[in-house]
Design a protein around this ligand. Structure first.
Ligand code: ADE
Ligand code: ZN
Length: 336
């Protein structure tokens, strides 16, 4: 069996994917027409040509602009279903999906629109594709903590359908410490906690995410490797890192995929996982991230199996579901 077929057939979970970052240019144009919104681009090709980024902020500017075509619950449901179809085609069976409510409420949409549409898409994906999912609400870190508190308050009627909260957007200059109180309140509300840290920001931000936010997972975490004591701690705690190789390439976190630290992370004993981050912008969905990285850094089939197992072990599924998925992977690996 080819490596592509082997990895496609491996059950996988995706733990780091921003649903607004799965908006393909074709759907962007279709939603702009449906909602009578003018786009600053003439064609799908012109949109794709604009996806040349030299850092995170370059990307965020265009990503927030693209999200403006999302206006109705049906738009968010269609967006989610388009992603789930791609995930299913890649052999993904479970996703823990980020959304950025402030991107939508700040342009006048009621909080209910994005979340109701996404929940409808998640239910449809489970019915039609057998793909399960959970929702993670991200606070935008370039805004202040009061705005994050207002978002947590707006989310109250849906708290039983939100698995956790995260922290995303412009990292440098917006350390985790800025959000310590709202993470404490989120934990008290029964939510799991994750945060982007160490993508562009220094190892000190990863320490803060652990010590001040008390996160359950680190999103990215690449720069942790600059600090041996931090790396030891992450290994000792079995902390999951949601690593995004094609994102790292597109946002110039690495110069070249061959220089990506994923293999080094596994060698060090870190619980790394592979994820697509913003697949419509970064040139690949889940399977592409596995395969292109495997080719670039030379991952063995055993390492690819470990990555898939890590994706379930680090998920927010309950222990019985995790064990069942890991047993399924072991059976698949033994048979192939
Ligand atoms: N929002 C969407 N993708 C992001 C990323 N990779 N880092 C920070 N914020 C994001
Ligand atoms: Zn991200």
């Amino acid at each position: 069996m080819s490596l592509a077929d082997f990895v496609r057939g491996l059950p996988k979970a995706e733990l780091h994917m921003h649903i607004e970052g799965s908006l393909e240019p074709e759907l962007m144009f279709a939603l702009a027409a449906r909602n009578r919104i003018d786009l600053p681009f003439k064609s799908v090709e012109a949109v794709r040509a604009a996806y040349a980024f030299s850092n995170l902020q370059d990307f965020l500017d265009i990503y927030y602009q693209g999200a403006q075509v999302l206006q109705t619950e049906a738009d968010f449901q269609d967006l989610a279903m388009a992603y789930f179809r791609r995930l299913a085609a890649d052999g993904g069976v479970h996703a823990e999906m980020f959304f950025d409510p402030q991107t939508h409420t700040d342009r006048g949409l009621p909080f209910s629109v994005a979340i109701n549409g996404l929940l409808a898409g998640m239910a449809q994906a489970e019915r039609e594709l057998g793909v399960t999912s959970k929702l993670i609400l991200c606070y935008l870190r370039h805004l202040d903590e009061d705005a994050a508190f207002a978002t947590l308050k707006a989310a109250e009627p849906w708290l039983d359908r939100i698995a956790g909260v995260g922290l995303d957007s412009s990292e440098v200059g917006h350390p985790p410490s800025k959000f310590a109180r709202v993470f404490e309140a989120s934990r008290a509300a029964g939510l799991k906690l994750v945060a982007h840290a160490g993508e562009e920001g220094p190892p000190a931000y990863v320490w803060e995410a652990l010590d001040l936010l008390k996160v359950d997972r680190i999103d990215h975490g690449n720069r942790s490797l600059e600090d041996a004591r931090l790396t030891e701690r992450l290994v000792a705690e079995g902390m999951t890192l949601t690593v995004c190789p094609l994102s790292n390439l597109k946002l110039c976190v690495v110069d070249d995929l061959a220089a990506h630290p994923l293999k080094r992370m596994l060698d060090l004993g870190l619980k790394a996982t592979v994820n697509s981050d913003d697949p419509a912008y970064f040139g690949g969905y889940l399977l592409d991230n596995y395969l292109r990285t495997a080719e670039a850094v030379g991952l063995t089939r055993a390492e690819l199996v470990t990555l898939a197992k890590n994706s379930f072990a680090g998920s927010f599924l309950d222990d019985a579901d995790k064990a069942a998925r890991i047993a399924q992977i072991d059976a698949y690996a033994a048979a192939n």
